[in-house]
Ligand binder design. Structure first.
Ligand code: ADP
Ligand code: ZN
Ligand code: ZN
Length: 748
């Protein structure tokens, strides 16, 4: 059997998908891997050039007699590209996608913009010599030279345009001074450093004993040949960020670079400044507002040794550092670490794979670790590091859990409980600040009773049903349907329906109740403009307002020292979002919100309003008891066969033809059942559906979903491979698109 390799020649161009096929000669068959750099004959003259293997197949794309052979594999000094292509192959295999989609995820595409070069003028003299020279120019009345030298003594490197423009020094004068040996002109690639221009303040923090112990354990662990990922479970304000910085500093001294992933909404000025103060212009950031060109520039700097640290959201994971030391994932529980487009990779698992390839170590950190990661830590797969105290032993806020059903019984119809009103009043009097947090996440279509808290759930999946047009209630997992109700099935109250309160409505309520308070609101509407997010946060930090009202946007990344009260207006809103992770999200959001209070000198308080005061996620969050939450949650996950104990694969079919879509989904289901009939009990497979997803039709594209539950992830990967082949072999379904989502984060 002959083996063929698909090879890309120019990986920095936009033509990543342009591959050429070569035959793998017999003696290279054993050694060849995806990602490897190979030497191949190219063009008619048979010129030999370098390329990268992006695929291996037994199928020739054209006449085998005409396919040329690979000359050799280049193994010396594995380039970073090889590693990233290998990572793309892993992503393709584990999450389902085309190799091209996977490659475009890991390798930034350069656009055809000309490389920007900047001409600079640099001073060559030391201070003493420069002073002498300056006096000399004065004596000779060479005013232009004097002007330029003076400017250079202030700033030894000037932009050429500044010199010829603002300083009005001619090119011939510059040339003359260059000949004289006073200065030199240099062409520098302009990398557009996004952190350039910030004022650096070197601050020095001495780690406390708990932080030092964490650093020691992580370093010790990293010495192993295949280090375990570390999970730092540290309460809010325990000083995790300082631990990351210490680790990265040590790695940098040893010539190794690090990547820090932070959720985009936590990537605030304050966070960036902390890293900038520590690493100066050896740190860079990525964010989603950057153009392709800007990202490309930052990646080039990283590749060429210009950086020690890259900070950014998910995609920063693919920074092409040649000698990677650490990959840190802060707030590792965040759902945004999972991609929502193909390939639907999870940054945490992908980071672990990349670290394995690069000999680097992964550090995960959170005050509220994901159940997935904590489970792995409990099983010994991750190294668990606990940081249980806040820096300087600052106490965590005192929490009051307020039962909104009781408020209703006492005829308080306001969204603000009496306790919360009382405490806001107190803070306004003391000139301290308040944050009000409206927990809105995902689709909130659930139906609950304001009188008794009852929520209508699916009898099969134990997730809440969502209301849909046409007066029906629907389960997103199994398609179960029930008619809409108008009276609570539990207590008969008519106060049943969807919870509708936006931040704007709350702002009005608060304004009416506290007319003298200065209020800021932060949500999707008020942050649409560029920089408005930063502006609102800094206005609040500068105490230009007393109360900040917002969605989950406000609970991340900022330390407001004067905030001593946090109100969570309806903790339940995330509890019934029709997703098996609902309780986990609720625990996380409430804990994070509460953790915003009392970060300065004064102790904090929090009010958690809820219709479900007895729910374990709310109770555990109120007393910051992660263990209690985890135990209860694991009982539920085990019983319902959800991750992390079981694995979930969602297969989505979509096309313009509703009948075809449904047929394909049905056939895929039948195919999977037939292929897995002989399963053993240990890797038992559960197939649910096909069903209509939450949104069954978008832009005239019809969708169907299949849910698969299985103990072993690898079994699901094999099923995915089988479905891919099945679809390739059924030309009738050519118009049907199939997508895969392993352990989905946000429903489907
Ligand atoms: P976390 O990331 O766990 O929320 P941070 O690293 O942001 O915690 O630390 C919380 C606050 O405590 C920050 O303002 C930080 O500057 C400060 N801090 C952290 N470690 C120390 C320390 N060892 N000594 C003094 N202050 C510290
Ligand atoms: Zn009721
Ligand atoms: Zn169901």
């Amino acid at each position: 059997m002959k083996l063929y390799a698909n090879v890309i020649i120019d990986i920095s161009s936009e033509k990543l998908d342009k591959t050429f096929q070569y035959e793998v000669p017999e003696h290279l068959k054993q050694a060849i891997r995806i990602g490897m750099q190979v030497l191949v004959p190219f063009g008619n003259g048979g010129r030999r050039i370098r390329g990268y293997v992006v695929g291996l197949t037994e199928r020739a794309e054209y006449d085998p007699a005409k396919i040329k052979k690979i000359v050799q594999i280049n193994t010396e000094g594995m380039p970073i590209e090889s590693q990233l292509i290998g990572l793309a192959a892993w992503i393709r295999q584990n999450y389902g996608a085309t190799m091209n989609q996977a490659l475009k995820t890991v390798i930034p595409v350069r656009q055809k913009t000309a490389k920007k070069e900047k001409k600079k003028i640099c001073l060559l003299l030391d201070e003493g010599k420069a002073k002498e020279q300056l006096l000399d120019y004065r004596r000779r009345h060479s005013t232009a030279r004097e002007r330029l030298l003076e400017a250079l003594m202030d700033n030894p490197r000037l932009d050429y345009e500044v010199v010829t423009g603002k300083l009005n020094v001619s090119a011939s004068v510059v040339r003359a001074m260059e000949e004289q040996g006073v200065l030199k002109t240099q062409r520098l690639r302009d990398y557009r450093n996004p952190v350039r221009g910030l004022e650096r303040m070197e601050s020095h923090i001495t780690l406390n004993a708990m932080q030092r112990a964490a650093v020691e354990r992580i370093r010790e662990n990293a010495k192993a040949s295949n280090p375990r990922p570390c999970l730092i479970h540290g309460v809010t304000g325990s000083g995790k960020t300082e631990v990351y910085m210490e680790l990265i500093r040590g790695a940098a001294q040893a010539g190794r670079q690090s990547i820090v992933l932070i959720p985009e909404i936590a990537l605030t000025y304050q966070t960036v400044m902390r890293f900038y103060n520590c690493f100066g212009d050896r740190v860079s950031i990525l964010n989603s507002k950057m153009s392709q060109g800007e990202r490309y520039d930052q990646f080039e700097r990283a590749k060429n040794g210009g950086l020690d640290v890259m900070i950014g959201p998910r995609s920063a994971l693919f920074t092409p550092f040649p000698n990677l030391g650490y990959i840190v994932i802060d707030e590792e529980h965040e759902g945004t670490y999972k991609s929502e487009t193909m390939p639907r990779y999870h940054a945490r698992e992908t980071a672990i794979e990349r670290a394995k390839m690069a000999g680097a170590a992964v550090v995960l950190g959170s005050a509220t670790p994901s159940v997935d990661s904590y489970y792995k830590a409990c099983m010994g797969e991750y190294l668990l590091i606990e940081m249980k105290e806040r820096v300087h032993k600052k106490p965590l806020p005192t929490c009051h859990v307020i039962d909104l059903r009781a408020e209703l019984r006492e005829r308080n119809f306001s969204v603000l409980s009496r306790k919360l009103q009382e405490l806001i009043e107190d803070r306004l009097r003391r000139r301290e600040q308040v944050m009000l947090f409206l927990n809105r996440r995902g689709i909130s279509g659930f139906i609950s009773c304001r009188s008794c808290g009852h929520v209508v759930k699916c009898p099969h999946c134990d997730v809440s049903l969502s209301s849909h047009g046409g007066g029906r209630l629907l389960c997103h997992y199994c398609g179960y349907e029930a008619p809409m109700i108008s009276l609570c099935p539990s207590c008969g109250s008519p106060y049943i329906g969807g919870f509708k309160a936006g931040t704007e409505k709350i702002e009005q309520t608060v304004k009416a109740r506290f007319p003298d308070a200065r209020i800021l609101r932060m949500d999707m509407d008020t942050t649409r403009q560029k920089d408005s997010y930063e502006r609102i946060l800094s206005a609040f930090a500068n105490q230009e307002a007393d109360i900040l009202i917002g969605t989950q946007m406000i609970v991340k990344g900022h330390d407001f020292k004067n905030v001593t009260l946090v109100g969570v207006l309806a903790a339940d809103l995330s509890l019934y979002i029709g997703d098996y992770r609902a309780a986990e999200r609720t625990f996380q959001l409430v804990t994070q919100a509460v953790g915003r209070a009392g970060r300065g000198e004064k102790p904090g308080e929090a009010v958690i309003q809820t219709y479900s005061p007895d729910h374990y996620s709310v109770k555990a969050a109120a007393v910051s008891d992660y263990g209690a939450f985890y135990d209860a949650e694991m009982t539920y996950r085990k019983m319902m066969r959800y991750p992390p104990v079981w694995n979930l694969l969602v297969i989505l079919t979509a096309s313009k033809d509703e009948r075809l879509t449904a047929e394909a989904a049905g056939d895929i289901a039948a195919h999977i059942e037939a292929a897995n009939r002989e399963q053993t009990s240990s890797n038992k497979l559960l197939l649910i559906g096909p069903a209509e997803p939450a949104v069954a039709k978008v832009n005239d594209i019809y969708k169907r979903v299949l849910y698969l539950k299985c103990g072993e992830y690898d079994t699901l990967v094999k099923i995915k491979d089988g479905v891919e082949t099945y679809m390739q072999n059924h030309s009738a379904y050519r118009e049907v698109m199939v997508q895969f989502d392993f352990n989905p984060m946000n429903g489907f």
